[in-house]
Design a protein around this ligand. Structure first.
Ligand code: UDX
Ligand code: ADP
Length: 443
């Protein structure tokens, strides 16, 4: 059992802190957002993550998990002074594509000014290579009097929607530090999970995170490029991915063609890695192609809608007078996150083309309502379909897998479905009388 402080209660911090508490540690989470902390004290979560609420409530009740806005309370509690503090604040994209570090800086400064005993500072946020050294400099410079500390980089690999099981069943734990003893102390926290633990230097650990996410993003862009070619040549990308996936060197994971990658990590991390390369005078050609193909995946969905129901005009407003229904607003299923969401981008493109949009998502609508304008948010998929000229399947929620498609066909103005997630079977859709387009399903 260790005493741990976690800074930031977003997706990363809340999952990390809660899971460490569930493993028997005493965890205090601190955040500058007072409303989030007040709610969390009552077991009300700021995010939707399957299974998380129950584990938060259980650990709150057991007294292993607590929430505060006070760094002093989190770090220096007299009965349980923190031995380790995890930085898990957000690192949004800056104007040039770089990861913005102002929240990390603020957290490091607060730690330096508050700590009254030696600490291990663990960086969980995805930060540019070299940030570990930078955090150490900030803490050293901002401490009112010198107190020993170490910095360990410990990148997170949690997927939203399956973050709890990803935490509890890690493919690997990566730790980067120049202080072997500090790295070993962090490693001890993870021993119950029985995943492989790799200890390396901080820059390499930081790079492992970027390289991993960039590689997965590359797999997605690769299969989207293949999908494009499949469409032209009459092959089926789903079968192609299955056939490729049998090769252990390739693997089937992350070969789903569709709308390209969205979310708070891949878009930001690929951009940030390319930015780091450019700053060093390297030309990240592959990463640039990955980003271009990803942007095209969204455009190509709108192009399909235009081709199927658009007005025969060379001008803008090719979707004027048309109602397009969008099923799903989150960047993937099982999350309410709409950061870099493909459906939201697609909706804006349709609106720019003069189209009217109706949409539905099982959990992301409150978040989407904050950023969308003039979109009719509906109670379910059927309300979206009613009177629509075309439907776009944009997020692969389970509840869209078993829709009453015969009913959908009856209530749509035109039976046109553009399936951005390849959820449905093309011959079955044609059999039902739909004009159906998936992604890369050229037969
Ligand atoms: C990702 C990483 O997977 C995780 O390790 C961590 O570093 C945070 O970032 P996350 O963003 O939650 O997790 O989602 P992920 O499941 O990786 O999907 C990212 C995007 O790629 C989603 O928009 C998803 O729809 C898309 N995707 C994924 C595809 O288009 N095709 C695929 O085959 C897989
Ligand atoms: P992520 O997806 O990386 O976890 P989120 O945006 O979901 O990012 O959450 C980040 C959290 O960090 C937010 O709750 C935010 O209020 C919090 N935060 C940002 N800066 C600080 C800071 N200096 N101290 C404490 N919490 C912070």
């Amino acid at each position: 059992m260790k005493n741990i402080a976690v800074i930031g209660v977003g997706y990363v911090g809340l999952v990390t802190g809660t899971c460490f508490a569930d493993l028997g540690n005493r965890v205090t989470c601190v955040d500058v957002n007072e409303e989030r902390i007040a709610n969390l004290k009552q077991g009300i979560l700021p995010i939707y993550e399957p299974g998380l609420e129950e584990v938060v409530r259980r650990n709150l009740a057991a007294g292993r998990l607590s929430f505060t806005t006070s760094y002093a309370e989190a770090l220096n509690c007299p009965e349980a002074p923190a031995e380790l503090v995890f930085i898990a604040v957000n690192t949004p994209t800056g104007v040039d594509g770089e990861a913005e570090l102002r929240y990390v800086r603020a957290a490091a400064e607060m730690i330096a000014q508050t700590m009254d005993h030696p600490l291990i500072i663990v960086n969980k946020s995805t930060v540019p290579v070299g940030t570990g050294d930078w955090v150490a400099d900030i803490v050293r410079n901002k401490q009112p009097k010198p107190i020993p500390f170490s910095v360990v980089s410990n990148p997170e690999f949690l997927r939203e929607g399956s973050a709890l099981s990803d935490f509890m069943n890690p493919d690997r734990i990566v730790l980067g530090s120049l202080d072997e003893e500090a790295a070993q102390k962090v490693a001890q926290l993870y021993l119950p999970l029985r995943g492989p633990i790799m200890i390396t230097d901080p820059r390499t650990a930081e790079m492992i995170k970027y390289a991993s996410n960039a590689f997965l993003a590359t797999k997605i862009s690769f299969i989207n490029e293949i999908a494009n070619i499949c469409e032209a040549l009459g092959a089926d990308v789903k079968e192609v991915a299955a056939g490729m996936g049998y090769d252990k060197r390739i693997g089937r994971a992350f070969l789903d063609a569709g709308l390209g990658y969205g979310g708070s990590c891949f878009p930001k991390d690929v951009k940030a890695l390319a930015h780091m390369a450019n700053v060093q005078g390297k030309h990240p050609q592959l990463l640039e192609a990955v980003m271009q193909i990803n942007a095209d995946a969204r455009r190509s969905i709108v192009a399909k809608v235009r081709a199927l129901v658009g007005n025969n005009s060379t001008h803008l407003n090719r979707l004027e007078g048309k109602t397009i229904g969008v099923l799903g607003l989150a960047f993937k299923a099982n999350t309410d996150d709409i950061r870099e969401s493909q459906p939201i981008d697609i909706i804006r493109m349709i609106q720019a083309d003069g189209g009217t949009v109706k949409a539905y998502d099982p959990v992301a609508m409150p978040n989407a309502a904050k950023v969308l304008h003039n979109v009719k948010l509906c109670a379910d998929a059927y309300e979206v379909a009613e009177g629509s000229d075309a439907l776009i399947l944009a997020t692969e929620w389970n509840e869209f897998k078993n829709l009453d498609l015969a009913r959908i066909k009856r209530i749509m103005k035109q039976p046109v479905i553009v399936d951005g997630r390849n959820l449905y079977d093309p011959p079955a859709m044609r059999e039902l009388g739909f004009i159906y387009r998936g992604v890369g399903r050229g037969y």
